[in-house]
Design a protein around this ligand. Structure first.
Ligand code: SF4
Length: 316
């Protein structure tokens, strides 16, 4: 089956010890069965350490995190002890794959870089050519015939991305994209969205200070130079979430999910610009990274927002 990726995909390389928001801190690191089996066969000092760190949770086997939320194998130099000692082949699938995400269709696999990783966020938002898809080869699965619904989702998704690349300000294009997806949402102020987001599950206290910016996001604008990165942000959310629609009826609320991410993150940038007299590309990347970590990478938060958007969309 052919594998498609955005054209910036191959520029990604984990920045390891230079990363300020390491994915080895603050999350449960689940280990797949094959890797657990491999660990069980390790009889050296590292193997003993690994086996002592494994614990069973509701969703499977994971490493028992240290009191400060760090993975027990993340050393003081910001590097992974397992990779340093045994190489990439000894880390679990989640560690190996992060920050990649996948959308599977019957006839193709689509892959992308998730922006909860700060290096991925920098690459995705700075993409010069907006993340056009390229084929990078084939995986081991046999290609099947795509269902009509899958072709419809891909065609609709590509149409929405084309709208985002069109004419006008990014705000106009974002609204046009939302309308052409079929979403019809009642107007909600940014203060109301602040309240909705404040009631969701929280990962990092830092997120609260970013959410507070929304309360002062009135009568202010994002700097012009952030238009292209914001376009890239919207294309990322559409590429990732509209592609994951169950069917054509599911597309409007997923497009609304993408629009909401844009609305919140651009409002944070506008408020920062008003407060500090500037909001730079690095600030946008940080707001986008945090939004992705708090919302997109929390199954519970994503589900709650999708449900709410679905309800709003159906409201008369
Ligand atoms: S968040 Fe990204 S850059 Fe940072 S350690 Fe994880 S994969 Fe590497």
């Amino acid at each position: 089956m052919e594998i498609f990726v955005p054209n910036y995909y191959k520029s990604f390389k984990c920045i390891a010890d230079k990363c300020r928001h390491s994915c080895c801190i603050g999350w449960d690191v689940y280990i797949d069965e094959d890797t657990v089996e491999k660990y069980e066969g390790l009889n050296d000092a590292l193997g003993t350490r690994i086996k002592a760190s494994l614990c069973e949770k509701e969703d499977g086997v994971c490493f028992e995190m240290c009191g400060d939320g760090r993975c027990p194998f993340l050393n003081e130099n910001g590097l992974c002890d397992i990779i340093s000692e045994k190489g990439d082949g000894y880390i679990g699938e989640i560690c190996r794959e992060h920050p990649r995400f996948y959308n599977f269709f019957s006839h193709r696999t689509e892959v992308g870089l998730g922006i909860s990783c700060e290096e991925a966020a920098r690459i995705v938002l700075s993409a010069e050519e907006g993340g056009g898809l390229v084929c990078i080869g084939e995986d081991e699965w046999e290609s099947g015939s795509p269902a009509e619904a899958e072709l419809e989702i891909i065609a609709k998704r590509d149409g929405l991305i084309e709208t985002l690349r069109g004419e006008g300000s990014i705000d106009e294009r974002a609204k046009r994209m939302l309308l052409s997806s079929g979403a019809d949402l009642p107007e909600r102020s940014i203060d109301e969205w602040h309240d909705v987001l404040s009631n969701l599950e929280r990962l990092d206290v830092l997120w609260e200070s970013y959410l507070d910016l929304l309360l002062d996001a009135h009568n202010c604008e994002c700097p012009k130079e952030l238009e292209k990165p914001l376009e890239n942000l919207l294309i990322y959310f559409v590429y990732r979430h509209v592609s994951a629609a169950f069917d054509a009826q599911d597309i409007p609320c997923r497009a609304a999910f993408a629009y909401l991410a844009y609305r919140v993150i651009s409002a944070m940038c506008a408020a920062k610009n008003k407060k500090d007299g500037k909001c730079e590309f690095a600030d946008l990347c940080e707001f986008a990274r945090a939004y992705s970590a708090e919302i997109e990478y929390s199954e519970e938060n994503t589900e709650q927002l999708l449900e709410l958007l679905q309800e709003l969309n159906q409201a008369p």
